[in-house]
Design a protein around this ligand. Structure first.
Ligand SMILES: Nc1ncnc2c1ncn2[C@@H]1O[C@H](COP(=O)(O)OP(=O)(O)OP(=O)(O)O)[C@@H](O)[C@H]1O
Length: 743
């Protein structure tokens, strides 16, 4: 039975050690961790403050000398185990840049004990697979990055491309066209991880990105099937999200423009939305949870308030200079503790890929049988099996194939049969040729028929070989425990150690619980033993003091939250101001270079795309200079002769394309009426706006007197007055821009 118990998001806080620089700079350590009690105390480093230290309690807390193994056993181990059982699980690291999120999630390869959650999860998964030799598994991995509110596929060669997030009624939000790799062992998983990290690095260098400003999500999907007593297969699908979030510190927008501003605003947007989602979830009164406000929260919807087992690891630094950010992270983590999820096992999902694969394998096996197909099957075999090929991206690798000997026998048989067909054909040919009582024309006809028959048989043989190849590929994707024995043996010892550690901790926990119970009993006894008013008063006084200190810390908390809101408000005002400046600049460019009537036309055609959160112009590829082909804007650099030739070619191409498009789309109301100005040509050169109309098209375009150099974004460089448009020009609103009528 699938569990539907409500369970809270588990929150662990980890404080990294002082960095070398912090030690050299003589920074004070302001964080104290009591791992046994899951407590953490932060002192205010401001010299003139009377504020008492802040105390927080979480499911787990880890100090500066905490071990990666310990953190894995406490936080990730139970989640990964659940994913193997068919639950969804999410582990995410949150915190300021440089506090150890990546160290916690990935760790270091050497020394071994510094390996983080991700490599340890790989080991646990394949160890888990090995423990179930009767179960078949299909394990897939995907890796994506959210940067600047754009989703990039880190396993794709074109990781620069942005992917769309779509919504399906069954599985919620998902990334369309995301690469998914089938993995069969730890080495495959590592290869996938390294490929993604490499692509992330390339993106960083090529596109001037900073990985601490992007969120990465590594997802492992584990499908398993087990047959019951009656031979019916039952499927389960567990999904593990391993999330390394962008640095949570406030992004400064001061002085940012263009891409950098967009980046700063979007990073805040994702994390702000994550915070808003958390707040809305824990605030009983909220009916709307703003998942749709950012890509990150769309993809993590199930992990926050959904059917997933979730662990948040908040990372902080110990030094005094991080005080504000540390408090902010701790408050964030405190709120997350109250999120309630309802994890459930995903049983027999409709879209289980493993089922499709197994069906396909069974079908291929039935087709191949013991290697012989009927003549009818042979003649149509290929076509039968083309349909329903599951969409799995394959990882190239060499792996063990089940039924190796059987498949080899079939392969040999196919080769043998091929040779026999050739031999028989030759023999029959000779027989026909030797027959003296048949006319030459008849002999020729018979030989032709014989050859045709032989060719058909060969085609059928080839189809059979293809079937065999396909069967091999299908079987390679499905793994069962026994196949990865070697790797498992290597890791068994280590996992054994981890399990022992876990058992030890469980014992410790039991001991602690026992202690608590004992103390509670003691307390009750003590209470019962109150025999004087004096003691009662003293006790009440103690309780009052306790309550008062709670009241004070609640007040402090309130002050902090108010200060945080004020800061966020100021941030938003800053963003609005910078965006306003950007809008003014864009308006200046638009009114200076796009004629008003064209601008209105474009605006009337523009449509807001909810999914992509951007304006789009339908069929933009059919409009304006796009029709003129590549290089249209580079005319200035060509010689007069080349220009003429180029113009002729372009004009001819434009006419052909325009005509064909007009014909094709004449009935379509969404197509921009490009025929209105098919020869309009806009130019802007290094020297400023250029006139290049029909009268001047033979000569080098000249800069308009009134045209200014382009505005660089600084207020001082914007043109101060409108140049006078020429009366004959169709674009009276455009400044510094004229149409060029070219034929
Ligand atoms: N618990 C730890 N023990 C030892 N070293 C640590 C620990 N945590 C972090 N470090 C070290 O601190 C540095 C910063 O850590 P890391 O890169 O993991 O931070 P981050 O939060 O992921 O930063 P970013 O947001 O920039 O990705 C690294 O050199 C890392 O090795």
């Amino acid at each position: 039975m699938a569990s539907k118990k409500v369970e809270s998001v588990k929150v662990a806080v980890r404080c990294r050690p002082m960095s070398e620089k912090e030690i050299v700079d003589g920074r004070a350590c302001i964080v104290q961790v009591d791992a046994k009690r899951g407590e953490l105390i932060v002192a205010n480093p401001k010299p003139d403050t009377s504020e008492p230290p802040r105390q927080f309690t979480y499911d787990n807390t880890y100090g500066q000398d905490s071990a990666q193994e310990q953190i894995y056993c406490d936080t990730a181990y139970p989640i990964v185990q659940s994913v193997l059982e068919g639950y969804n699980g999410t582990i995410f690291a949150y915190g300021q840049t440089g506090t150890g999120k990546t160290f916690t999630m990935e760790g270091k390869e050497e020394p071994q004990e510094n390996r983080g959650i991700i490599p340890r999860a790989f080991e646990q998964i394949f160890y888990g697979v090995d423990q179930h030799p009767q179960t078949q598994f299909l394990i897939r991995a995907s890796f994506l990055e959210i940067y600047n509110e754009d989703v990039h596929d880190l396993l794709s060669k074109s990781s620069k491309n942005k992917l769309d997030i779509k919504e399906s009624p069954d599985s919620g939000f998902y990334v369309k066209d995301l690469t998914t790799c089938v993995v069969k062992g730890i080495e495959d998983m590592k290869a996938v991880m390294d490929l993604g990290k490499g692509n992330r690095h390339v993106g960083e260098t090529l596109m001037n990105r900073d990985s601490s400003r992007s969120h990465s999500i590594f997802t492992i999907t584990i499908e398993s099937s087990e047959s019951d007593n009656t031979g019916i297969n039952h499927y389960k699908v567990g999904k593990l999200n391993l999330v390394d979030l962008a640095g949570s510190e406030r992004q400064s927008k001061t002085g940012s423009t263009g891409d950098r501003l967009k980046e700063a605003t979007n990073i805040n947007k994702s994390l702000l939305t994550l915070g808003n989602v958390i707040s809305a979830l824990v605030d009983g009164a909220s009916t709307h949870i703003p998942y749709r406000d950012s890509k990150l929260t769309k993809l993590l919807q199930d992990s926050l308030g959904g059917n997933t087992k979730t662990v948040m690891i908040a990372n902080i630094g110990p030094a005094d200079w991080n005080y504000d950010e540390t408090l902010s992270t701790l408050r964030y983590a405190n709120r997350a503790k109250n999120i309630q999820n309802k994890p459930k096992i995903n049983e027999d999902p409709k879209d289980a890929m493993l089922r499709e694969l197994q069906d396909e394998i069974a079908r291929l096996r039935a087709q191949l049988g013991d290697g012989t197909l009927t003549a009818e099957q042979l003649s149509m075999g290929g076509q039968i099996l083309q349909a329903g090929d599951p969409q799995v991206v394959e990882v190239e690798k060499i792996i063990r194939v089940e039924d190796k000997a059987k498949i080899k026998a079939i392969e040999d048989k196919i080769v043998r049969e091929k040779e026999e067909i050739l031999l028989q054909t030759e023999e029959k040919k000779k027989e026909i040729e030797a027959q003296k009582d048949i006319a030459e024309s008849e002999k020729k006809k018979l030989i032709e028929e014989l050859q045709k028959e032989a060719e058909e048989q060969q085609i059928a043989q080839e189809k059979q070989s293809k079937l065999l190849k396909k069967l091999k590929q299908m079987e390679q994707k499905v793994i069962s425990g026994a196949q990865i024995m070697e790797q498992a043996v290597r890791q068994e010892q280590e996992l054994q150690k981890a399990r022992m550690e876990l058992e030890m901790r469980e014992q410790q926990e039991q001991q602690l619980n026992q202690d608590i119970n004992d103390r509670e009993t003691e307390n009750t006894e003590m209470l019962n033993n109150f025999n004087s008013k004096h003691e009662e008063i003293a006790d009440k006084d103690k309780k009052l003091k306790k309550l008062y200190s709670k009241f004070q810390s609640a007040q402090d908390e309130m002050k902090d939250i108010q200060a945080e809101f004020a800061q966020e408000r100021q941030d938003l005002i800053d963003t609005i101001n910078v965006l306003k400046q950007q809008v003014c600049l864009k308006n200046l460019v638009l009114t200076s270079f796009i004629p008003q009537d064209q601008l209105s036309l474009i605006e009337s055609f523009a449509q807001w795309n909810e999914e992509g959160e951007e304006w789009i112009l339908p069929r933009l590829d059919l409009a304006g200079n796009n029709l003129r082909g590549p290089g249209a804007g580079k005319i200035k650099k060509k010689s007069k002769k080349n220009e003429k030739e180029y113009d002729g070619a372009v004009s001819q191409r434009v006419q052909t394309v325009v005509q064909s498009i007009l014909q094709e789309y004449s009935e379509d109301p969404m197509v921009m009426p490009i025929e209105a100005n098919p020869t309009v040509y806009f130019m802007y050169t290094d020297e400023g706006a250029m006139r290049a109309d029909s009268e001047q098209s033979e000569s080098k375009p000249k800069r308009l007197k009134s045209a200014k150099r382009p505005a660089s974004g600084k207020k001082s460089s914007a043109p101060k007055e409108n140049p006078q448009p020429k009366p004959e020009e169709a674009y009276p609103q455009a400044r510094g821009l004229v149409s060029a009528k070219r034929r």
